[in-house]
Design a binder for this molecule. Structure first.
Ligand SMILES: *Cc1c(COP(=O)(O)O)cnc(C)c1O
Length: 394
C-alpha cells in the first residue's frame, strides 16, 4: 500500500502503532527495558524465537516508529536510527568494513566525517583516499583491490558541488564497493539516492528531519541484508550509540512537516541566491538551482529543487564577510543548518577553520565565503537583514 502513497502522506501515516489508549498523536515510550509475561517468553525474546522489545539499546517502539516513517520516505527496506549523524557514519563503517579495507571519499565532506576517516579509522587500519566530488575519473583511478566503500555528500558543504550518484553507483558496484550517500542536505523530499543506485543513505536527523534545531539524531538506510547480516545493526546494539526515545519522537513529529518545510526552505533559498547573484558586492553565488551553477543540469536530474543552503563570496575577503555577519539583527550566527530559523556561517574561520590555508584554498573555501542555511522567515526580511552589511561591504 505504502508504495502508491505520496511522501507527504507517508510522513503522516506510516509508523503508527496505537497503544490500548488509541491516542491520535504518536505516544512516546520513555523506558529503558520491557517486561515479559513469563520466563519462557523472556527466553524466547532473547533467543530471537519471538520478536518484541527487550531493552531500548536494541529496540524501542518510538524509535521503531521513526525508523519506519523515514524508511518509507527514502524508499528503503530498513532504517536504523542512531544518536547522531556522526554515529550513523561510524556504525555504517564499523558494521560493513574491516581492518585493511579502503574507502574512497569525496574531498568535500562534513568536517567531522573527514576527521573520522583521517584519524580514527586510520588507527584501525582503514585507509581513505579523498577525491574531487565532481570528477568521476578520479574516483575510478583511486580504486584498489581492497576498496570496499565510496562515500559522498551531495550537494556538498559549503560549495554545493553535485556528485553524480547514478554514475558513481555503477563504478562502485563494478569495484565491489558499497556506495554510501549522506543525504542530509536534500532529505528524501528532494533526492532519493537509493533509487539512483546507492547502497546506503546516511542522515544527520539533527538538520532538516528535526527541522527546528532541537535534538541530535541520525539514521542509516538500506536493504535488510546489509543492515542485519552486514553488521550495522549489530554494531549499534552492541556498542550503544542508539537514538533515545525522546529524540526519536521529536524527529518522528518533525518528519510530518518535512515536505512543506523543505519546499519552503528551497523557495526562499532560490530567491536569496538570485538576489545575491545580482548584488554588486558579491563575487559569486553557489546554489544548485541557479543556471550559473556548473552542474545545474545534473542537479536538475538528481534533485527536485536546489535545497536550502546558499553559499556566496563577498568582495573584500574576511573583513567584508565578517561585516555581513556582524550587521545582522535577525539571522542567527551559528554553524548549524536545517533549522526553521535562518543561520549564517563563515566557513573559513568556523566549520573549516581547522583545515590549513593551503587545503582551504584547494577546496575553494575562500576568506570571503559565507554560507546561509535559509530559513522559513519571510524572504524579504532575510534579504534586508543580509543587505545591511552587504551594501556597505568592500
Ligand atoms: C551535521 C552533519 C553531519 C553530522 O551530524 P550530527 O548529527 O551533528 O552528528 C553529517 N553530515 C552532514 C552533511 C552534516 O551536515
Amino acid at each position: 500500500m505504502t508504495d502508491q502513497l505520496k511522501p507527504e502522506t507517508l510522513a503522516l501515516r506510516t509508523g503508527i502503532h496505537r497503544s490500548q489508549f488509541n491516542e491520535h498523536s504518536e505516544a512516546i515510550y520513555l523506558t529503558s527495558s520491557f517486561v515479559f509475561d513469563s520466563a519462557a517468553q523472556a527466553a524466547a525474546r532473547f533467543s530471537g524465537e519471538e520478536s518484541g522489545n527487550i531493552y531500548s539499546r536494541f529496540t524501542n517502539p518510538t524509535v521503531t516508529a521513526m525508523e519506519e516513517r523515514l524508511a518509507a520516505l527514502e524508499g528503503a527496506e530498513t532504517c536504523v536510527a542512531t544518536a547522531s549523524g556522526m554515529s550513523a557514519i561510524l556504525a555504517c563503517v564499523m558494521g560493513l568494513l574491516s581492518a585493511g579495507d579502503h574507502i574512497i571519499a569525496s574531498q568535500s565532506l562534513f568536517g567531522a566525517t573527514v576527521n573520522l576517516f583521517n584519524t580514527i579509522l586510520k588507527k584501525f587500519n582503514i585507509e581513505t583516499t579523498f577525491v574531487p566530488a565532481t570528477d568521476i575519473h578520479s574516483w575510478e583511478d583511486a580504486i584498489r583491490p581492497n576498496t570496499r566503500m565510496f562515500f559522498l555528500e551531495t550537494p556538498s558543504n559549503p560549495l554545493t558541488e553535485i556528485s553524480d550518484i547514478a554514475a558513481l553507483a555503477q563504478i562502485s558496484r563494478k569495484a565491489g564497493a558499497f556506495l554510501v550517500v549522506d543525504n542530509c542536505f536534500c532529505t528524501p523530499i528532494l533526492q532519493k539516492p537509493l533509487e539512483l543506485g546507492a547502497d546506503i543513505v546516511i542522515h544527520s536527523a539533527t538538520k532538516y528531519l528535526d527541522g527546528q534545531g532541537r535534538v541530535l539524531g541520525g539514521a542509516i538506510l538500506g536493504n535488510r541484508d546489509l543492515m542485519m547480516e552486514g553488521g550495522v545493526y549489530g554494531f549499534l546494539r552492541t556498542a550503544g550509540p542508539t537514538l533515545s526515545a525522546f529524540n526519536a519522537w521529536i524527529i518522528l513529529k518533525g518528519l510530518e512537516t518535512l515536505k512543506v518545510r523543505v519546499e519552503a526552505h528551497s523557495k526562499n533559498a532560490l530567491h536569496i541566491a538570485q538576489w545575491l547573484e545580482s548584488h554588486p558586492n558579491v563575487n559569486r553565488v553557489f546554489y544548485p538551482g541557479l543556471l550559473s551553477h556548473p552542474q545545474f543540469e545534473l542537479a536538475g536530474r538528481q534533485q527536485i529543487s536546489g535545497g536550502g543552503i546558499v553559499t556566496f563570496e563577498v568582495k573584500g575577503g574576511r573583513d567584508a564577510a565578517w561585516r555581513v555577519i556582524d550587521e545582522t539583527r535577525l539571522v542567527s550566527i551559528t554553524a548549524n543548518l536545517g533549522d526553521a530559523k535562518t543561520t549564517l556561517t563563515h566557513p573559513a574561520t568556523t566549520t573549516h577553520g581547522r583545515i590549513n590555508q593551503e587545503a582551504r584554498d584547494a577546496a575553494g573555501i575562500s576568506d570571503g565565503l559565507l554560507r546561509i542555511a535559509v530559513g522559513l522567515e519571510a524572504v524579504e526580511d532575510i534579504q534586508s537583514d543580509l543587505s545591511r552589511g552587504l551594501d556597505k561591504s568592500h
